[in-house]
Structure formats: structure tokens, C-alpha cells
Design a protein around this ligand. Sequence first.
Ligand SMILES: CC(=O)SCCNC(=O)CCNC(=O)[C@H](O)C(C)(C)COP(=O)(O)OP(=O)(O)OC[C@H]1O[C@@H](n2cnc3c(N)ncnc32)[C@H](O)[C@@H]1OP(=O)(O)O
Ligand SMILES: O=C([O-])CC(=O)C(=O)O
Length: 482
Amino acid sequence: MLQTLTSRTYPSIRFFNSTAVIKSSSLTLKEALENVIPQKRNTVKELKSTYGGTVVGPITISSVLGGMRGNQSMFWQGTSLDPEHGIRFQDLTIEQCQKRLPNTGVDGDNFLPESMLWLLMTGSVPTFEQTGSLRRELAIRGRKLPHYTEKVLLSLPKDMHPMTQLAIGLASMNKGSIFAKNYQKGLIGKNDFWKDTLEDSLNLIASLPLLTGRIYSNITNEGHPLGEYSEHVDWCTNICSLLGMTNGRSSSNTCNLNSQQSLDFINLMRLYTGIHVDHEGGNVSAHTTHLVGSALSDPYLSYSSGIMGLAGPLHGLAAQEVVRFLIEMNSNISSTEQEEEIKNYLWKVLNSNRVIPGYGHAVLRKPDPRFTAMLEFAQKRPTEFKDDENVLLMQKLSEIAPKVLLEHGKSKNPFPNVDSASGILFYHYGIRELLFFTVIFGCSRAIGPLTQLVWDRILGLPIERPKSLNFEGLQALTNNDN
Ligand SMILES: CC(=O)SCCNC(=O)CCNC(=O)[C@H](O)C(C)(C)COP(=O)(O)OP(=O)(O)OC[C@H]1O[C@@H](n2cnc3c(N)ncnc32)[C@H](O)[C@@H]1OP(=O)(O)O
Ligand SMILES: O=C([O-])CC(=O)C(=O)O
């Protein structure tokens, strides 16, 4: 299906052909990227000169008034979304990523998000050594937050929404943007914009464990650290330690996780942040990052804007809403086995014109494979989850809610999306601040849109500026139709 879509759009040219998804040698990330740039720049040049006039598809009044649904009008390389089969990362499914992308080699049953970053950026599966070197590079880049960012975050009210704190923290880092500084001084030419964008993007991604830890300690521990940062561990282990959620010397282990739970929590973080990185270009957080970046705003400002979009309840904030919803429903039903009670509860929500969070999707028309991957995480650990009423309800709901939504007849997709499983698993291990879940989403989502931002600059994509239409403009079109 995906092949058909790709070949229909570009009849004779493929941007990354599938043979490119092979193990690359021992190059660094920047070198591997430099290697593929000339070919991709040529491809884009040829597409524009030879096929520039090829029609991609119609734009209807429904799509102008309907959130641009179905418009194929953005270039996005790292991931693509098939309505029936879900997300592919450079043409690899989640399952294929699980098999082919390197993990730590010691304690991981999940690939490292660092290897996903490499895959998205270069189009190639990294070697074990390349993943290790990128892991070390990020750990070193991320060892310290700028002092002004620390100061800004410490000064924020502790009850400010964690997503607002994240957006502020990221925006404040624009003060240290290498791209912004060199652009302002006129030190870089258009062809090289990508190099400083890559530097800033890697620094931003690397800073997320400390930023996230700082925000979590702000909201739960009066700003006092809950764990220590280490240059010797992977990105996710640092996130977990700084949340105080590992069983080791570097963490306060506030939830008293035993060593198996601690390892499971780290692997949950690797799974979650590995598969939430991107969902092609049209979703709100990715699209916003791309749009703001198209004005040559630096990666900090661009992704801070993306975070503000992710903070909407119809997008990433649904992760928080789902957990609230499950907990509330559990306190209103007598047991997760009572299907009728659950149905009645759902109908009450629908009849009061509210949405069922964690269900539906703008593009997907089948259960989200990311939801399935999260669910499988719990199913592989039956002893750990067997008594968790919220996890049981999450599972049960995935069978009942689609039937109710189908009967309701509005939602084009009655199935669970990724948000319906993720938060409640983090909640199980002890992350109880519901407002915080979307911050973890924000750590992951940096990887896809910032990769695309680097490619936007490599390919010299212009400022985005679609044409808008007013009532009179639309009216004129309907007159033309008659
Ligand atoms: C990471 C992510 O962003 S995944 C998405 C996370 N968001 C959620 O889970 C929130 C709940 N879901 C929704 O609100 C929607 O399904 C969205 C925002 C994800 C997609 O929106 P759309 O593309 O507009 O969905 P769709 O075309 O199916 O909507 C048609 C109608 O069904 C309704 N609908 C869609 N999903 C749901 C739902 N879960 N519960 C109730 N009604 C729904 C819409 O509100 C709309 O109603 P309207 O005609 O009265 O305006
Ligand atoms: O694709 C979308 O519109 C929403 C989504 O699932 C995501 O961004 O992960």
C-alpha cells in the first residue's frame, strides 16, 4: 500500500530507495549525513525541474474548511503514515525497527531512540558502534543546562503546566543558538544552514533529560533534584534517573522500584520515546515545528512552538486526558468486567458532546500500531500488571469503545490511538502527576521534526506561505462550478 502511494506521487524517483536502509559503516552521524546530501539535493532539483508541474491531487472546499484533510501538500522524509497500517520509519514498521535497530546490547529489550534518530536523519540503520557513539555524543552534549535556562525554570510557579514550562525552557535556550548567532552575524551561507541547525538540534535533543528532570522536580519536589545525570548511560536511562525512577545510586527511587521494575521502566521509556518520535509531517507538533522553522527561526524556537501544539488536548495532551478519564471511570463503575456499565459511561460522555480521549485519528483508520506495541509491553509482564485496575480497564476499553463509537457514528476511526495506553503504564510505575505525561511525549517528538528541520535546510525549502481564501473567494469557486 505504502509503495503504491509513494510511486503514485513520484513516478520515477524515490528519495531514499529501500536499498539505502542497510547497515552503514563506521561514519559519524554528520559524516553519514554529508554522504547522502548530494544525491538528495540532486533528486529534489530533478523533481522540481522535470516534474514541477505534476499535479499531486485536488484541493476541495471541504478540505479548505476541514483542517486540510487529505491534502498532500507537504514534503516530509523520515516517516510516512498509512491509514490502514500505521507509521513507518524510513519504510520500516515498528516491528522491523524492533528487530533491526540496535539496543544497548546489555539491558535492553528495546532499541534505543538514539538509533532511531540515526535512522531518520540518514535513512540508514546504524551499526551497534554508531548507536553507541551517538549515545555518548548526546550524553556529553546534554550534561549541563544553560544557567539562564535553569534560572528561568526555577523561577516558574510550581503549579504552572509542565508543558508550558517545557516550551519556556526550550524557547529560553534560543539565547545559545549557534544557528541564530551565526545567521545574525552573516557568517553562514544558505548551503550550510543545515550544519548549525544540526548542531542546535543535537544540543536540544541532548538537553531534554535535564530539562524534563528539572520540570518534574519543580512540580513534585520543590525544585530539588530527584536524580543525577551521567555521561555514561543512554538518553532514556538519564531521563528515568532524573525523574527519580530508577533503582540505583544515581536516583532517589521515590517509588521504591525493585531492580526488575527499574529496568522495565527504562525499557518502557525507550519503547515509548522510540516510537513517538514522528508521525509524518501533518500532525500539529511536527507541522508547527516545520512551519516556524521555515521562517528560519532556530531549532529551539521552532520546537518550542511544536511543543505548544503538542499541548493541545486533541493532540499530545490526550495522553494526560486518558489517564484522568480511566481513573475517573474506574471510580464510577463496579468492576472492569461490567461491560454494560462501561458502555453507559461512554454514552454519557458522548451525549454530553465530549470526546473519548485516546480514540479516533485524523489519518489512521485502524488501531494504532503504536498502541498495540504499548499494550504488548504490558502483556509481556502479566505478573506486574495483573492487579492494576487502570491497565485492565485500558485493555477492556480498547474492546468496548470502538463498538460504542461505531454505533455513535461520527468518528471516522473508532479505534484506540497511541495515547490510550501510554500514560497509564507510566502511572503504574509511579508517575502520578497527570499533567506531566505530555512532557515525556515532548522528549520523543523532538527527534522527528528536528530531523526534518535539518533536511529542510539541506534542501533549501522556502518559507511556508499557503494562500488563504475568504467567503467571497469560496463563493467565486462555487459559481465557477455551476
Ligand atoms: C498523538 C495524537 O495526537 S493521537 C490523537 C489524540 N487525540 C485524542 O485521542 C482525542 C480524541 N480524538 C479526537 O478528538 C479526534 O478523533 C481527533 C482530533 C484525533 C481526529 O479528529 P478528526 O480528524 O476531526 O476526526 P473525525 O473526522 O473522525 O471526526 C468526525 C466527528 O467525530 C468526532 N470524534 C472523533 N473522535 C472522537 C472521539 N474519540 N470521541 C468522540 N467523538 C469523536 C469528532 O469530534 C467529529 O465530530 P463533529 O462532526 O461533531 O465535529
Ligand atoms: O498524526 C497525527 O495527527 C497525530 C498523531 O498520532 C501523532 O502526531 O503522533
